[in-house]
Ligand binder design. Structure first.
Ligand SMILES: C[S@@+](CC[C@H](N)C(=O)[O-])C[C@H]1O[C@@H](n2cnc3c(N)ncnc32)[C@H](O)[C@@H]1O
Length: 312
């Protein structure tokens, strides 16, 4: 199956990276290599791109897509939260730019057997890293009703979270929930008919919530942004594309905290803590896709790009 994925906010991200031809760049969410390809095109033979992804299929697709750039490119199967170790293993101390384009690729969504989609019946999987043992089925069959409610409410922002959690627990008392099809039927039964007729797919929000929880998407992001900023050389930039309001909030807050590092009480006339800002926020407001991009690629609709520049 061909790896199909339209890169989101592509020109905006590449422009904001301020690429130096002989610089070192990291793509922490390589996917099909769409953003990386544009970075590589701008590198000289001295430049380097390190591409990280935890998904075996993405590694395979990106390796092929970027093969023309030969040893300018190094691809590592890992979680981007391991970036410091990945760079250390490669003998790299600092980099000139990092990009993260979060969430799942269209390829992951469209490959029914990966269990991300509510459009076809498949085992409840949703692992981005197929080496991991727990799957979406583990969450659905073992989490308490309250925890299911909490994740569907917070990560799915579904108004019917409480009822969906209740229906999941009732159904699994009869038999384990093993397929996306079974889960969809349970969700449908938990949402009033009138709402089902007008809203989007009734399972969309719950599926998103389970995926975010399973892949620890928010924890990993929260734990990585500052490390990434610390790895940037002077004037190096980090560009992060998010698709969920909670992700965007994490990025916004982390960037702001790295800019406002002073811990002196507001009443102090001058700073005595001596904490230097790590850099500056380039995007006071996030960059969002144009109308044309949204029409051409529905997946870009909720995307937001934020950029931070390191100052040493
Ligand atoms: C939206 S896609 C990236 C698409 C890519 N920018 C392109 O233009 O082709 C996100 C990719 O990031 C990967 N990913 C998500 N979270 C990750 C993490 N914590 N560590 C490593 N890879 C991750 C997913 O497996 C997926 O392949």
């Amino acid at each position: 199956m061909e790896f199909k994925h339209k890169s989101v906010l592509l020109n905006e991200t590449i422009d904001n990276l301020n690429i130096k031809p002989d610089g070192i760049y990291v793509d922490g969410t390589l996917g099909g290599g769409g953003h990386s390809y544009e970075i590589c095109k701008r590198l000289s033979p001295e430049g380097r791109l390190i591409g990280i992804d935890q998904d075996e299929d993405a590694i395979r697709a990106a390796s092929e897509r970027l093969s023309e750039f030969k040893d300018r490119v190094t691809i590592v199967r890992s979680n981007y939260c391991e970036i410091a170790q990945v760079l250390k293993d490669l003998g790299i101390e600092g980099v000139d730019g990092i990009i993260l384009d979060l969430g799942v690729s269209s390829f992951q969504l469209d490959t029914a057997s990966r269990g991300f989609t509510y459009r076809e019946d498949a085992p409840l999987d949703m692992r981005m890293d197929q080496r991991q043992e727990t799957t979406a089925a583990t969450i659905v069959n073992t989490y308490s009703e309250f925890d299911l409610y909490r994740i569907i409410r917070d990560y799915g922002e579904d108004k019917f979270a409480k009822n969906i959690a209740k229906h999941i627990v009732m159904a699994r008392e009869e038999q384990p929930i093993e397929t996306t099809g079974q889960l969809i039927e349970i969700i449908k039964a938990a949402i009033p008919m009138k709402v089902r007729a007008v809203g989007g797919h009734p399972a969309k929000k719950t599926f998103q919530a389970i995926r975010i929880e399973l892949n620890k998407e928010l924890e990993v992001l929260n734990d990585s942004v500052e490390t990434m900023i610390d790895l940037l050389n002077d004037k190096g930039r980090i560009c992060i594309i998010t698709f969920h309001s909670l992700e965007d909030r994490i990025v916004k807050t982390k960037f702001k905290n790295c800019e406002d590092t002073c811990t002196c009480p507001p009443s102090f006339p001058v700073c005595v803590c001596g904490n230097k800002p790590k850099g500056k926020v380039i995007t006071r407001k996030p960059i969002i896709p144009t109308e044309e991009e949204i029409v051409a690629n529905k997946r870009s609709k909720s995307s937001k790009l934020r950029v931070f520049e390191r100052i040493r």
